[in-house]
Write a protein of this length. Structure first.
Length: 713
């Protein structure tokens, strides 16, 4: 065993699951000698001095490295080390410039001054009282998070989760974890029951305690919403509960009974719901019923025929029978669902509906689930379109909608696009916020993947057959010889796509049976081949879509590779396992109504301010600021999952498809990916994997009861 001591120059890699880290240090007594250290480090930062104990190893790929078994961190003592440490952005109020200014005045005493006599910082140039207070707060927070991370690492909680816990609970983190570790499941995204349960067992919780049993049952219901379920059957909860909790069925039955008594779950026959989802599903059925009961004043057939001719002349088109049917039914019915695949004329029909209502002097509003879907609807129709939350005038501070049952939207017509993306919660909010006297048109492709959130509302409404449904099935874009559109429809019909791989084609398969070689092919396509041949911008025009996050061809690995290939230089920020650089392509991963950005919105990082701990992203020419505590809201987006791409279109889509993805290879997933491409679609993988996806039309079952509720009304 040897000992080394040095200043951390760079954290090259850190695994968020187990804190395995690769870092570079400058050896203290050998200036400019840089050494690679590997080991498990939950609490380290650039600029800190570190003492490690371990041994040298000769890695076959990376050469000599020092494998650390134990370590201690020490605040830096050299002037250059203090500047690097303070300038790394770890203390709010101090960036690289301010760090140099303070250290040039106080030299090696700087950290002692900050710790014991912080008001003296006013002696340094440009450090006023407001800045001192910011630094005081930042220093206290830095020390607190250090203590929390050391405590949590004793329970094998990763750096990534430790930061999330501290950001949520602050100095209360240790008490929260000690008193009720199961609270982490609901408060911290990514922490599941098993992690919280391990902490609870280490603290001394009895595995048969009723609080543990109830936490496990509640977790099963919350976790099932990620699978799209609105409820679980009692039988399913017992089955999953026995596996999760390792207790007899009698304990689970008692837990269910107590949760029902406490009104924390609702049982309806054999179905068990979270109360919020039960109320949302019931609300959808009841509101649609009330809307359908109010008669619609229908237009005289002669007037309608004349209006249709007028619209066709204005748009210089000839509507198909199905398009005319949709336009007429939008006026003569309270609720209409219009569905159809790519190139079937949904946009043209929407414009026809708009023209008809406009000509009749009626008011209308257009909406969609996300910002990018609303922007696309606005561009194609030439009329203002809003997100559903903006349409309902959501107030993030109060956590509620201004438009509601007592104050509904009163327009004559509401058109909502991308209906397949709408989940149970959102449809409930939408219906609650519109007048029963309004007409509602929901447009979407029912064959795409269902919503990320719980439910399958578009399919459920269609299957109930209680509202008018028009399916557009004539393909118009065939005339443009679009391989993408024709192959999307082939896949949707269960047929293998036509792949010629000719120069003039827009749909290609690059055959590669070895998954480990696919990332290199993707890198070359993004970096050279597509920009050179099609003049595509690697950031704006090309999107990698993959079935999953993990694995060699998963989004996580591809993002790391493409970030280094496309954006390896520039100002950067590292927090936990995350590395962001100015210029990076990023995605918002949860709805933030206060910032008016939504799950799936893609932007580019425009600035990183280490001093004020702010990162700014440009979304569709609108700048949005994040403080460093909000960075869990964004991820790299050079590659993303197919699910996250819904409602989006890209000039070029590249999709790895291998048998490694076996569990995810479904027809609607491949169909959804293909329909995201406007000009070019490239599959990389094997014909076998494509064939598995095409033949697998078994849509993952979601436990929903909306169809039955609608039929029973």
């Amino acid at each position: 065993m040897e000992k080394l001591k040095g200043i951390i120059e760079r954290i090259t890699y850190q695994n968020p699951e187990n804190n395995y880290t690769v870092l570079k240090i400058e050896i203290t007594n050998h200036p400019k000698k840089i050494v690679t250290i590997t080991g498990y480090f939950p609490t380290i930062n650039v600029g800190e001095t570190i003492e490690v104990e371990g041994e040298w190893i000769n890695h076959p790929q990376y050469g000599y490295q020092f494998n650390a078994r134990e370590y201690n961190t020490i605040y830096p003592v050299t002037i250059s080390g203090i500047v690097k440490f303070l300038g790394s952005g770890i203390i709010k109020g101090i960036g690289p410039i301010t760090a140099k200014r303070i250290v040039s005045h106080f030299k090696s005493k700087t950290l002692d001054i900050i710790e014991n006599n912080i008001d003296k910082l006013s002696e340094a140039d440009g450090i006023g009282s407001k800045r001192i207070e910011m630094i005081r707060s930042g220093w206290e927070e830095h020390k607190a998070i250090k203590d929390v991370m050391i405590f949590l690492s004793s329970y094998n909680i990763s750096t990534n989760y430790s930061i999330k816990i501290f950001n949520r609970f602050g100095k209360r983190s240790i008490d929260i974890v000690k008193n009720n570790p199961y609270q982490l499941i609901y408060e911290i995204q990514g922490i599941g029951f098993k992690t919280a349960d391990k902490i609870a067992k280490d603290i001394g919780y009895d595995e048969k305690s009723i609080s543990r049993i109830k936490a496990g049952i509640s977790y099963l219901l919350f976790d099932s919403t990620d699978e799209g379920h609105v409820y679980l059957t009692e039988e399913e909860i017992i089955k999953r509960g026995k596996e999760l909790l390792s207790v007899d069925e009698s304990f689970i039955n008692e837990g269910i009974k107590q949760l029902i008594d406490e009104k924390r779950i609702i049982q309806e026959s054999e179905r068990i719901f979270l109360p919020s989802l039960f109320r949302a599903e019931v609300s959808i059925a009841e509101k649609l019923k009330r809307m359908m009961q109010i008669p619609v004043k229908k237009m005289d057939s002669k007037v309608l025929k004349k209006e249709m001719e007028r619209i066709e002349a204005f748009q210089n088109i000839k509507f198909t029978y199905k398009q005319k049917e949709a336009i007429i039914k939008s006026f003569n019915n309270r609720v209409l669902v219009m569905t159809g695949g790519p190139g079937t004329g949904k946009t043209t029909t929407i414009k026809g509906i708009i023209d008809l209502f406009y000509n009749m002097g009626m008011r209308m509003s257009l909406g969609a689930p996300t910002g990018r879907a609303a922007k696309k609807l606005e561009e194609t129709t030439g009329r203002e379109a809003k997100t559903i939350h903006r349409l309902l005038e959501y107030n993030p501070r109060e956590g509620k909608f201004f438009k509601c049952a007592d104050n509904p939207i009163s327009e004559d017509l509401i058109i909502i696009d991308e209906g397949s993306m709408i989940d149970t919660y959102l449809l409930s909010d939408l219906l609650n916020g519109i007048s029963v006297k309004s007409r509602l048109v929901i447009v979407g492709d029912a064959d795409q993947l269902p919503s990320v959130g719980p439910g399958n509302v578009l399919r459920d409404i269609i299957n109930s057959k209680i509202v008018e449904v028009v399916k557009l099935d004539q393909i118009f874009r065939q005339t443009e010889k679009s391989d993408i559109v024709s192959n999307a429809h082939r896949v949707n019909c269960g047929e293998f796509p036509m792949i010629g791989n000719r120069m003039e084609d827009t749909f290609f398969l690059i055959k590669e049976s070895e998954p480990s070689r696919i990332p290199g092919i993707i890198k070359e396509l993004c970096l050279k081949r597509l920009p050179n041949k099609y003049n595509y911008n690697s950031f704006e025009d090309i999107q990698i879509l993959t079935p999953m996050y993990k694995g060699e061809t998963g989004a996580n690995n591809l993002n790391m590779i493409l970030q280094e290939s496309l954006n390896s230089f520039g100002k950067e920020l590292k927090r936990g396992e995350k590395m962001f650089r100015v210029g990076d392509k990023v995605m918002q991963v949860r709805n933030n109504y206060e910032k008016d950005i939504f799950n799936g919105d893609i932007g580019r990082i425009k600035s990183i301010d280490l001093e004020y701990q702010l990162l700014e992203v440009d979304y569709y020419s609108r700048r949005v600021s994040y403080n460093f505590k909000e960075l869990d809201d964004i991820i790299l987006a050079y590659a993303t999952t197919v699910h996250k791409s819904q409602g989006c279109e890209y000039k070029a889509v590249i999709m790895p498809i291998t048998t490694q993805h076996f569990m995810m290879l479904q027809r609607n997933l491949l169909y959804t990916a293909i329909t995201r491409a406007k000009e070019l679609m490239i599959l990389i993988g094997t014909a076998k994997a494509i064939n598995i996806a095409v033949r697998n039309n078994k849509v993952s079952e979601r436990y929903t009861y909306l169809t039955e509720r609608l039929i029973k009304l």
